[in-house]
Ligand binder design. Structure first.
Ligand code: 6PG
Length: 245
């Protein structure tokens, strides 16, 4: 289990956090492209990564070797204000020369989450993403963290927490009264690198609790990750407030 926040990168504010995380993403990408001729990344959604994606839009990278996937998505149209795909496209993807057929949104038909989840699992295979034991091996999975300890769309008490046999699942999130599509634990755990981006005072409580008070509470979904690769935490000072050194 992910029971400790090991050696977090703590930056002064969200802007500095985005800068540091952008450098890390570009470093991981350069190594992957040098070694395998491609870089497979699963993007996080929500608001925190927007500054990172905006910075990447101004960078010069070997974009033709980048393959863009998503760690989770809201079941809304691709042009919807809540769409993670729309956010990434608007601030980053439409400003760089990543071939369109190397950008893989999760949602096709928001009214058919299960169908889209199954189709996405096929997309992961057909797009040439390497697999081991039927699970995709992303070079990098970017993740956020909710105050309730969710990450991607692995929400507390949601059925997707029990998905072990497939890389992608549709999940109805009761508290949001909405459907999501998410990578499952096995798909995230298999990544070569995981980078968490967590900013703001609203996340300080959940960060302080990770790894503590185990006897008296149900583990957060994020704590149930068992990553096989490298895990790095990029936090701003507000989110890291009170973290024991
Ligand atoms: C989503 C995300 C989700 C997000 C956290 C943090 O689609 O909302 O993937 O897991 O990373 O909820 O969101 P913020 O960055 O907006 O705080």
């Amino acid at each position: 289990m992910l029971s400790r926040i090991e050696q977090p990168h703590i930056e002064a504010d969200a802007a500095a956090l985005a800068q540091a995380a952008a450098k890390r993403c570009l470093d991981i990408a350069a190594t992957a492209v040098a070694q395998r001729g491609r870089f497979d990344i699963a993007l996080s959604g929500g608001t925190t990564p927007a500054q990172l994606y905006t910075l990447l839009a101004a960078e010069h990278a070997e974009w033709s070797a980048w393959h863009i996937y998503f760690g989770d998505e809201r079941c809304v149209p691709r042009d919807h204000a809540q769409s993670n795909y729309r956010m990434a496209r608007e601030v980053w993807l439409e400003h760089v020369a990543i071939p369109d057929d190397q950008i893989h949104p999760m949602v096709r038909d928001p009214s058919r989450p299960d169908c889209d989840a199954r189709a996405y699992a096929q997309t992961l295979i057909q797009s040439g993403l390497r697999h081991e034991h039927d699970m995709p091996i992303f070079d990098l999975v970017l993740l956020g963290l909710g105050p309730d300890g969710h990450t991607a769309s692995l929400f507390p008490d949601s059925a997707v927490l029990g998905v072990e046999d497939r890389p992608v699942a549709a999940v109805y999130v009761e508290k949001l009264r909405s459907w999501r599509i998410s990578l499952s634990y096995p798909a995230i755990n298999a990544a070569a690198h995981i980078v968490f981006l967590v900013a703001g005072a609203g996340k300080a409580g959940v960060l302080r609790t990770i790894g503590h008070e185990r006897a008296t509470r149900t583990p957060y979904p994020v704590e149930r990750l068992t990553p096989r690769g490298e895990v790095q935490w990029y936090l701003d000072r507000a989110a890291a407030e009170g973290l024991s050194s």
